[in-house]
Write a protein that binds this ligand. Structure first.
Ligand code: ATP
Ligand code: MG
Length: 212
């Protein structure tokens, strides 16, 4: 039996059609089922349903041989113990710095001002600003990042943007792109060696359907 870690919502919704093209159907819908372990039409493959940010952890420790995680989550996790063989091209968005429309971000950076930045991606943000030599105080949030500048908690945020609709609705503008994001297939490095005959066919299948 091999185990694939997926998160509910976008990742599951966009991974399911790829699995279907490979002839694999989940036996239940995680959006409606309360089950956290879901069988599939392949008797040797099951799905575990975990938080998006927990997917790399399950795979790193081998609790799941494979998983699907956003590049954002992988950057923040660090990728220890993970092999990342396939860019699935799903759940595309950008990881950006955004600030209130009236805030002169470029000028603040030029002045060497100390910026307060709220984000769920503290590690990634720290590395990004350190590489640019920008001084930041990072404030860890778990959601609704857009509120932070409006409420006076931060000067700017680091968050995912796809259409930009949420930023616009909150009078924020994208001031810098940190990374282009899509979801990746991740594999436990040890499992790839010890269970190659089970793991490799699924990697090959997902790679093939992604290229279709
Ligand atoms: P949790 O609910 O556990 O905090 P989450 O809110 O990060 O997790 P999702 O919103 O389902 O969970 O996001 C999962 C992944 O989907 C993200 O890590 C990212 O890679 C991608 N994603 C998030 N937002 C968007 C978006 N607006 N457009 C496209 N892809 C996105
Ligand atoms: Mg979300």
């Amino acid at each position: 039996m091999i185990t694939l870690a997926l998160s509910k919502g976008r990742i599951f919704e966009e991974t399911a059609p790829l699995l279907a093209r490979g002839g694999i159907t989940p036996l239940e819908d995680p959006e409606t089922s309360r089950k956290l372990i879901i069988g599939t039409s392949d008797p040797n493959l099951r799905i575990v349903v975990v938080r998006a940010s927990d997917v790399p952890t399950y795979v790193q420790y081998g609790a799941a041989e494979l998983g699907v995680a956003g590049k954002d989550v992988l950057m923040e996790h660090g990728g220890q113990g993970l092999y990342v063989p396939v860019d699935l091209g799903i759940a595309r968005c950008r990881l950006c710095v955004a600030a209130p429309a009236g805030f002169d971000y470029a000028a603040a950076v030029r002045r060497g001002a100390r910026l307060r930045v709220a984000t769920k991606y503290v590690q990634t943000a720290r590395e990004h600003f350190a590489a640019k030599g920008v001084h930041v105080d990072l404030i860890k949030l778990y959601g609704s990042m857009e509120l932070a500048p409006l409420a006076g908690l931060a000067d700017a945020i680091v968050d995912l943007v796809s259409s930009g609709g949420t930023l616009r609705a909150n009078d924020l503008v994208e001031v810098e792109e940190i990374a282009s994001i899509s979801s990746r297939l991740i594999v436990n490095v040890a499992a790839l060696k010890t269970r190659r005959d089970e793991v490799e066919p699924l990697i090959d299948k997902l790679e093939a359907v992604t290229r279709q």
